[in-house]
Each structure stands twice: as structure tokens, then as C-alpha cells.
Design a protein around this ligand. Structure first.
Ligand SMILES: Nc1nc2c(c(=O)[nH]1)N[C@H]1C(S)=C(S)[C@@H](COP(=O)(O)O)O[C@H]1N2
Ligand SMILES: [Mo]
Length: 420
């Protein structure tokens, strides 16, 4: 990290040089002036607290919620018409999404499945076809992994036009990160004696939409896929597939079949309507691209972000970066609309195929600014700017938007969504 604009004359006056050097070493940062705290006389007195409870609630001072939508960008909606519900990225800290705020995309609502009645059929090109109960599955060895999940529709708000009055929750709220716990896919393949000639697997859900997708049995998918029954330390919640879902780190959200009830092995894709009609990408030349399965490198500044208000002087810039190819190795931020860049600090370990939190300090001089971030992953993929992305993909498509996000700051400190 290089020391930053702290020397530019607008640095906070209460930060002494020695302390500033120390902080610069830590995170390349200066910091806001500490509030005057010479006495606790104004602080309300202590008193008896509220009774303890079986489950704890968020502080009454904290207001967090998802936004249900009925179609890309249409909100607010009657929850009965919602097709997805977006994570409040602008209000969250760190990298793990609380389970109740994890984004949701369900094509036919959330089924109420009694785990005692749930079954998983595993069949096709295998020597020991089986029907498993949830007791069978919970008796199998598990693995746990922190990884992001992202709907391929994430970012579709900004594909063609950029509504100015939207938040980062609106533009990027279809991605979340959890610790997922479940049975390694490789274990199940062994258990049923999957034929080595089986190169594809059909996964089918137990919801009314019967979402079903063909998954190529690559080494990577066999090594990393899991039949998940836990999320952030508790059994899956119904919205996320209780009692069982497929989890495939780094791959498009739609493949992560919820309410999983069938796996079938074969030597070719099964061509379900979800991969012939729904999750294909119309290219600029009118042809359709099928089986675009990986989520590309992406990032977004979550603060300051859309509809926030900032003041001149010190501002902390922070956001999230992720890639379906592996670890995030670098995040750069620009405050002048992608003309000049500097490195952001990545806070904590950048896990493969998980969201990484980045931060950079910024002293805003009160003139209009444009905040942009761009991420690089361990395979060397650099998040494209919008012009390059559109030149490659065109504007017919709807999925896998990963162009750099620009937030415009006007002279009043209002932050708004714009297309670069
Ligand atoms: N059975 C079933 N699986 C499903 C879906 C669904 O509607 N039904 N939606 C898919 C889509 S489009 C996405 S993006 C992810 C969303 O998972 P989440 O709701 O846990 O975030 O689940 C996928 N798996
Ligand atoms: Mo999705």
C-alpha cells in the first residue's frame, strides 16, 4: 500500500504524525478525527436489561432487510409476486451474509418440505442406484466451505440503462456469501458407483417449478461440489433449499439446485428447458450461447454507493470483490472515473470463490467525483470496463454482467448510479 492523500493538506488535524504513520503501515490509511470524548456525563445511565430469549433479535437501532422484486428492477412489489429478493450490501460489514439476508431467487415460491418425507434419488449411469433419506444424508461425512453464490441476473439493472436513484442493493444485491456445509459430491459419486463414462449430471429440485440443470462432471466440480444441508452453522433455511441443495462454488446461481430430490448421471447434457430456453445468452450476432456456467470476476463499492450522502474530507471507501475463477488478488479503486487507479487494501484472507472485503481511504475535496472499483483474480482475469464488456457481449444478453460499477458524486455529496 502506498501512503495516500493524507499529505494533501486536508488531512484530519487531530491525527498526530506518529499515529498516522502506524495506520499507514497497517492499511495505508489515514483516519477520521476521533470524536471529542472527554467525559461520559452525557451517556444514559446503566440499568437492568431485557430478558434473555431463545433466539436473539437485531438491535432496534439497526434496520436491515432484503428488497423483493417482481422482475428486473420492478419494486417494491407485493411479496406474493416476487421472483427474487436482494441482499442489503450497502449496510453489511465483513464478508459473510447473515442467512436471513442472503439473496433469494425462487421460480415457484418456497416449498414447505418435511425432512422426514424428503428423498433424494440418485440414478442413471451408476452401478448402485439409490434413494436416500435425510437421515442417510446426515450420516454422511461433511465438508464446510465459505463461498459466494450469485444469480446470473446480478447487474441486469445496469445492462442497458442506469436508473440514477438506485442503491447498491438494487444494482448488485443478487450475490451473497455463506459458510456452506454438506456432503462432498465426490463421496456420493463413489457411494453409488457412478460410471467413469458419465460426464454429465442432471440435478432436479422438488419445488413447483421443478428447476433442473445439467452439470458437467469436470474434475473441478467433482472436487468442489457438495450436497449442502447447512448454511452459516444452522440447517438450510427453506428459502435456500431446506432440507438439501446442490452447492457448486463459483458457478452460476441457477445450477445450485434447491430442494434437491434427484441426481441422474449421463454422458451428455439433458437439455432441460432451463438450459435451452431460460439460461442461455443471446449474443450480439443473434446466436445464443449455452452453458455459460462460471461467474466472472466482479467487484462493487458498497460505500459510498447509490443514494448515500457524503461530506467533504475523510471518507472510507469499501466494497466487495469476488470471482468464480478463484481468489481475488487485487482490487483497485478510482475516484476520477477510471482515469487513475490505486490499490485498495484487502481486509482479511481472500478465500477462493468467496467475497473479499476491500477498503481505501479517500479525502474528498468537494468537487464532483466518480468512484469505480475493478478486481483481478488469481487467474489474471481483470474486471472489464463497461465499454469493453458491451463491445464483447452486446446488449441482447441478460446474464453474467460484470462490468465495473461507477458511482457519481455531485458537488452536494449525493451519490448516484451512472453508466461509465
Ligand atoms: N429448485 C430450485 N432451485 C433453484 C432455484 C429455483 O427456483 N428452484 N433458483 C435458482 C436460482 S436462479 C438461483 S440464483 C439460486 C438462488 O439461491 P438462493 O435463493 O439460496 O440465493 O438458486 C437456484 N436454484
Ligand atoms: Mo438465478
Amino acid at each position: 500500500m502506498t501512503p495516500t492523500a493524507a499529505g494533501a493538506g486536508s488531512a484530519p488535524t487531530r491525527t498526530r504524525p506518529s499515529r498516522r504513520r502506524m495506520l499507514a503501515g497497517m492499511a495505508g490509511a489515514t483516519m477520521a478525527a476521533p470524536a471529542a470524548a472527554d467525559t461520559l456525563a452525557e451517556v444514559p445511565p446503566r440499568g437492568p436489561g431485557a430478558p434473555l430469549s431463545a433466539t436473539s433479535e437485531r438491535s432496534g437501532y439497526v434496520h436491515l432487510g432484503r428488497i423483493p422484486e417482481s422482475t428486473p428492477g420492478r419494486r417494491p412489489v407485493d411479496p406474493g409476486e416476487a421472483i427474487n429478493s436482494k441482499t442489503p450490501l450497502g449496510q453489511l460489514v465483513g464478508t459473510i451474509t447473515p442467512a436471513d439476508l442472503h439473496y433469494e431467487r425462487s421460480h415457484a415460491g418456497v416449498p414447505d418440505i418435511d425432512p422426514a418425507l424428503h428423498r433424494l434419488l440418485v440414478h442413471g449411469m451408476a452401478t448402485r442406484e439409490r434413494v436416500f433419506t435425510m437421515d442417510d444424508i446426515r450420516a454422511m461425512p461433511t465438508t464446510s466451505r465459505i463461498a459466494f453464490l450469485e444469480c446470473t441476473g446480478n447487474g441486469w439493472e445496469n445492462w442497458k440503462t442506469a436508473p440514477p436513484d438506485v442503491t447498491v442493493q438494487n444494482t448488485h444485491g443478487l450475490v451473497s456469501t455463506s459458510e456452506w456445509t454438506g456432503v462432498p459430491l465426490a463421496y456420493v459419486l463413489d457411494l453409488v458407483g457412478a460410471d467413469p463414462a458419465a460426464t454429465w449430471m442432471l440435478a432436479e429440485g422438488g419445488d413447483g417449478a421443478a428447476v433442473a440443470r445439467s452439470i458437467p462432471l469436470t474434475d473441478e466440480i467433482i472436487a468442489e461440489g457438495m450436497l449442502a444441508h447447512g448454511q452459516n452453522g444452522e440447517p438450510l433455511r427453506p428459502a435456500h433449499g431446506f432440507p438439501l441443495r446442490l452447492f457448486l462454488p463459483g458457478l452460476e446461481g441457477n445450477l445450485n439446485i434447491k430442494w434437491l430430490r434427484r441426481l441422474k448421471f449421463g454422458d451428455r447434457p439433458f437439455m432441460t428447458r432451463w438450459e435451452t430456453a431460460r439460461y442461455t445468452q443471446l449474443q450480439a450476432d443473434g446466436s445464443a450461447r449455452q452453458f455459460q456456467l462460471r461467474q466472472e470476476v466482479n467487484s462493487v463499492i458498497t460505500a459510498p454507493s447509490g443514494m448515500m450522502q457524503i461530506r467533504p474530507g475523510f471518507n472510507r471507501v469499501t466494497g466487495l470483490a469476488w470471482s468464480g475463477h478463484g481468489r481475488i488478488t487485487r482490487v483497485e479503486v478510482s475516484t476520477d472515473g477510471a482515469r487513475t487507479w490505486r490499490d485498495a487494501a484487502i481486509a482479511g484472507p481472500a478465500l477462493p470463490k468467496a467475497q473479499a472485503r476491500f477498503q481505501a481511504d479517500w479525502v474528498w475535496d468537494g468537487t464532483p467525483a466518480r468512484l469505480v472499483s475493478r478486481a483481478t483474480d488469481e487467474k489474471g482475469n481483470l474486471q472489464p470496463d463497461r465499454a469493453r464488456f458491451i463491445a464483447q457481449t452486446g446488449t441482447n444478453a441478460l446474464f453474467h454482467y460484470n462490468a465495473q460499477q461507477t458511482w457519481a458524486v455531485d458537488a452536494e455529496g449525493r451519490v448516484r448510479n451512472v453508466l461509465a
